[in-house]
Design a protein around this ligand. Structure first.
Ligand SMILES: Cc1ncc(COP(=O)(O)O)c(C=O)c1O
Length: 374
């Protein structure tokens, strides 16, 4: 069976990686780091930090914002543990919020009810690269004055559509993070990105980023030495990863078009199957997603489990997704009360179907059609 995720080919990757190897500068922050910074500035008009992962991008933000005990951060319960870990590591109280009734994304009405004077950060995550209602999010930000981190691990290349124009996800909040892990639409093995919209933390962030030293300032201003200035860690992605990512970025636009075509073929083909056993993804009008995930949402968990077996027997990779954080072993120690019924229904009923630009959509549709007849 083919793997569930398959990174796409980027022919220049080998050339760029060879260039890095022959230069001898394989650590982070060199020529390819700067190419990426230019690329991201052009796309997002924001300062960028290319990191070892999306997880470390969030840890960099949490450290720089000096998130600490007594602070609260609001995040979806239906997300990956990294969204929580980065802030839990700094002692913050995690406030989990349910999904929307018809989409795994965070429910913005329930989110509003969780804001308190202790809220330091709101973290909407774009499930499958699907945008959220930014009219509501902007309203929340201006009413409560709390910054927003776009948790865009899934969302590179996805857009928010408003008044006939499109804005890349990552350009709407105060901060944004992306993942370039092997499982994402665009990857460099392991890698991540933090985008920052203002200069408030510029100096302190560059110190945290450089292992707690003023190395950047030393390099820029030709100082005699650099030294330990504050807490920091090792966040920067290596030049090898940066070179691979640049090669992927060059191919991504063409790849995304093909990927979206496959997603659409699945959607249209599966819409023709009449069933009340599952439903297809619902995409709001303001979202132009990036085909990161295609899923069926089953009404019965047992049915979802037998469907997965059927698909795997037919050599079509499928997989459920997140276990809700609030009820996971570690998350349940927070003993948070609340209603999470939508997120639980996605946990129990959602089945992802393999998605990339090469999948054989007619075969997948046929196999699903057969399952519906069982
Ligand atoms: C929503 C979300 N955030 C963060 C991550 C972690 O990304 P990374 O592996 O780049 O740290 C994942 C991993 O899949 C994820 O699904």
């Amino acid at each position: 069976m083919k793997p569930f995720h398959s990174p796409f080919d980027s022919p220049n990757a080998i050339n760029y990686i060879s260039d890095v190897l022959s230069s001898g500068n394989t650590a982070g922050g060199g020529k390819y780091y700067n190419f990426l910074a230019q690329y991201f500035f052009k796309k997002f008009s924001r300062s960028s930090y290319f990191t070892t992962s999306c997880t470390s991008a969030m840890e960099l933000l949490a450290l720089t914002m000096n998130i600490q005990k007594g602070d609260e951060v609001i995040l979806p319960t239906y997300t990956f543990p990294s969204t929580a870990n980065a802030f839990a590591l700094r002692g913050a109280k995690l406030v989990f919020v349910d999904s929307q009734i018809d989409h795994p994304n965070i429910d913005l009405n329930k989110l509003k009810d969780c804001i308190t004077p202790k809220t330091r950060l709101i973290i909407p995550m774009y499930y499958g690269g699907v945008s959220l209602d930014w009219d509501v999010l902007n309203d929340i930000r201006s009413t409560f004055g709390v910054p927003i981190l776009e948790e865009a691990a899934h969302a590179f290349g996805a857009l928010h559509v408003k008044d006939n124009s499109s804005i890349p996800l990552g350009k709407l909040g105060d901060y944004a993070v992306f993942s370039f892990h092997e499982t994402k639409n665009i990857s460099c093995g392991e890698g991540g990105l933090l985008l920052v919209s203002d200069e408030k933390y510029e100096d302190s962030m560059s110190v945290s980023f450089e292992k707690g030293t003023n190395k950047r300032e030393y390099l820029e201003k030709n100082l005699d030495f650099y030294e330990w200035r504050s807490l920091g860690s090792s966040f920067v992605g290596s030049e090898l990863n940066a070179a691979y990512l640049l090669a992927q970025l060059e191919q991504y636009e063409a790849e995304l078009i093909k990927r979206l075509e496959r997603w659409r073929e699945l959607y249209v083909g599966l819409s023709e199957i009449s069933t009340d056993r599952w439903s297809l993804p619902i995409i709001p009008e303001f979202a132009q997603h990036n085909a990161h995930i295609f899923y069926l949402r089953f009404s019965q968990m047992d049915d979802r489990i037998s469907f997965e077996k059927w698909m795997l027997q037919n050599e079509i990779p499928v997989s459920g997704h997140y276990r809700c954080l609030h009820s996971s072993y570690f998350g349940s120690l927070t003993k948070q009360k609340g209603s999470f019924e939508n997120a639980i229904s996605f946990q129990d009923g959602l089945c992802r179907i393999t998605m990339n630009s090469e999948i054989d959509t007619s075969l997948i549709i046929d196999v699903i059609n057969e399952y519906n007849k069982l």
